[in-house]
Design a binder for this molecule. Structure first.
Ligand SMILES: CC(C)(COP(=O)(O)OP(=O)(O)OC[C@H]1O[C@@H](n2cnc3c(N)ncnc32)[C@H](O)[C@@H]1OP(=O)(O)O)[C@@H](O)C(=O)NCCC(=O)NCCS
Length: 177
């Protein structure tokens, strides 16, 4: 396992080839896909090719998405992912995030987002993280708020969320909720 970071309850790691079944299951779930950039049903062959790329491809190449796997510390197995795309020129990263439906509402989305944003801002010293979410995606909006991102713009049907690096590097602390 190639671990990137830990949160109180989660491990953020590179994908592994045996994540395929769990990955395909949530990509194939229409409720998970509702506001995402893919459609359900989701072909298993496509999931297999993606997991192979996620597990073996380069990480954090500017301009490219890198998907990191989310796993609970107490129980092995994929429960979701966080995507990171570093801008090629600006010190900015775009975030995407998905949690399998069986694990919604437990706070994993916000916990993963907060930790990955902290990693990007404090450790990689980027200046800002951004995320786009459909304006009706209530759970995503709540997760982004809880992870300290704020809405700054409207882009078609999407809201644009943003968080900047601060001099004090306080991103690891729990937000005021
Ligand atoms: C967005 C997503 C990652 C949130 O994950 P999560 O682990 O359930 O998030 P959290 O537990 O941190 O909860 C976030 C908030 O949404 C609420 N919520 C969770 N599921 C919900 C649902 N189905 N409907 C309405 N609200 C919901 C939670 O109660 C919580 O609200 P609160 O802060 O008022 O308590 C998850 O819903 C998901 O994977 N959705 C499909 C993929 C997607 O749309 N990703 C976002 C792309 S921008």
């Amino acid at each position: 396992m190639i671990e990137i970071l830990r949160t109180p309850r989660l491990i953020v790691r590179r994908f592994a080839l045996d994540d395929l079944d769990a990955f395909h299951a949530y990509r194939d779930d229409p409720e998970v896909a509702r506001h995402q950039g893919w459609d359900a049903p989701f072909a298993r062959a496509t999931a297999e090719a993606l997991v192979h790329d996620f597990a073996t491809g380069p990480a954090l190449e500017p301009g490219q998405w890198t998907q990191f796997a989310l796993e609970r510390r107490t129980e092995p197995g994929l429960i979701g992912d966080v995507g990171v795309r570093l801008e090629a020129v600006e010190p900015t990263a775009e975030l995407g995030f998905t949690i399998a439906r069986g694990h919604w509402g437990a706070g994993y989305g916000r916990e993963a987002l907060r930790a990955v944003a902290a990693f990007l801002l404090d450790d990689l010293e980027l200046e800002r993280v951004v995320a786009f979410t459909h304006h009706e995606n209530i759970a995503a909006i709540a997760s982004l708020h809880a992870a300290g991102l704020i809405p700054v713009a409207v882009d078609g049907d999407d809201l644009v969320y943003y968080r900047a690096r601060t001099a004090t590097g306080s991103h690891r602390s729990e937000p005021d909720e």
